[in-house]
Design a protein around this ligand. Structure first.
Ligand code: ADP
Length: 398
């Protein structure tokens, strides 16, 4: 075991993912997930030495705090002592304030809390996790790694909405982008694999999971991304609608829908779930398609068509392209979805490497297509956001 272990905490509104990780190699010696917080079946499960365990959390009280308490006991029982050098926290929204990983103190926590109206489901949960960890590990550096940070390099023309400028100056309404840690990781990894200097490498990074986004990476920096002010815009997702005519919101409100109903429909009942009428899960969509489900077929077509259109348009901010990178649960695993997207890109000269595409699944990356015309490849790179958080947090170790 190395001398630098980092505990990575990723607190969601009703969940907490965690990993105790070697910050040099990315190897996790403990990893787990707390879920259903606030509900009666709240629980926490973890894997250690190949063994899985699960504990139900008692009803009542603060489940984030309870879960951190259990994680602390687990870490203490592993006798890692001084090898544990930092705690890394994933924080969803860093606004315009944070373009890099940041050492947490009271002032920084206040800034994160102040940005809660930009990410009402996430930032308060992140702060809860941070406070619980600070109480448990008062002598260790606690570091925030922001989902928005990588996109702070976007030029003004990419982040400015075509709306009254006061909406930006008064409320901070602009494109922020999310999934930054993932786009950062896979672009660096792709540059390594292609023997390219990251400062001269150009990519279109396509993260397809329950949440999905595309990012144009120019000379190693994010120059545009499809998620915006919130993670609702851009691609079609598991339950989120992605890009949508804002006139629809006005129309539904006038039809008597409440704000909550509209919000719920666009965030939780759209995407794969809404179009198919069946499931938000891509695997379920593919299975249903195979047995002739029309809604699932339509969801597959809308999803792949929209991803392909985004990829085409994200050539615009780049002077050249080294690779289209696929990542996230769908991007890393779904052969039919990648195949359909590559087919849609035929005008850009992409020809699928069928064997490569079939091999790049279940944790294996690799080249899946080539375009002679663009001098580019399409490739799969499994993402590892926890590893980025661990290594950036380790940078603050004493
Ligand atoms: P999150 O955004 O919640 O982190 P993930 O990146 O884990 O999500 O992606 C979840 C999605 O990946 C789900 O739609 C799931 O069906 C899909 N997925 C996982 N494995 C496969 C597979 N073998 N084939 C197709 N889709 C898959």
């Amino acid at each position: 075991m190395s001398n630098s272990l980092v505990l990575v905490l990723n607190a969601g509104s009703s969940s907490l993912k965690f990993a105790l990780m070697d910050a040099q190699t990315g190897e996790a010696i403990l990893s787990g997930l707390g879920e259903c917080f606030g509900l009666e079946d709240a629980r926490i499960s973890w894997k250690r030495d190949g063994e899985k365990q699960e504990l139900m959390l008692e009803e009542g009280g603060n489940h984030h705090e309870k879960a951190v308490g259990i994680i602390v006991e687990l870490v203490e029982s592993m006798n890692v002592g001084e090898q544990l050098v930092a705690i890394g926290h994933r924080v969803v929204h860093g606004g315009e304030k944070f373009a890099d990983a940041t050492l947490l103190n009271d002032a920084v926590i206040e800034e994160i809390e102040a940005m809660s109206d930009l990410a009402p489901l996430h930032n308060p949960a992140n702060v809860m996790g941070i406070r619980a960890a600070m109480t448990a590990f008062p002598s260790l550096p606690q570091v925030a790694v922001f989902d928005t940070a990588f996109h702070q390099s976007m030029p003004q023309k990419a982040y400015t909405g075509a709306i009254a400028n006061e909406l930006y100056t008064d409320y901070g309404i602009r494109r922020y982008g999310f999934h930054g840690t993932s786009h950062y990781f896979v672009s660096r990894e792709a540059a390594k694999q292609l023997n390219k200097n990251i400062d001269e490498a150009n990519f279109i990074s396509v993260h397809l999971g329950n949440g999905a986004s595309v990012c144009a990476v120019r000379n190693g920096q994010s120059v545009d991304t499809s998620m915006g002010f919130t993670p609702l815009s851009g691609l079609m997702m598991g339950t989120r609608c992605g890009d949508l005519d804002p006139g629809i919101i006005e129309f539904l409100l006038k039809k008597g829908w409440s704000q909550e109903q509209v919000f719920d429909a666009l965030n939780k009942k759209s995407g794969f779930l809404g179009v198919s009428g069946l499931t938000s899960d891509a695997r379920g969509i593919l299975e249903a398609m195979d047995s002739g489900h029309e809604g699932a077929k339509l969801a597959f077509e809308v999803f792949t068509y929209r991803v392909s259109k985004y990829i085409g348009s994200y050539l615009i901010p780049l002077d050249s392209l080294d690779a289209i990178i696929f990542t996230g649960g769908i991007g890393e695993n779904s052969l039919p979805i990648r195949r359909e997207i590559l087919k849609n890109l035929k005008l850009l000269g992409f020809v699928e490497d069928e064997a490569g595409n079939e091999a790049a699944r279940f944790g294996n990356g690799g080249i899946i297509a080539k375009s002679e015309m663009l001098g580019a490849v399409a490739m799969v790179v499994p993402t590892n956001e926890e590893f980025v958080i661990a290594s950036q947090a380790e940078g603050f170790a004493k």
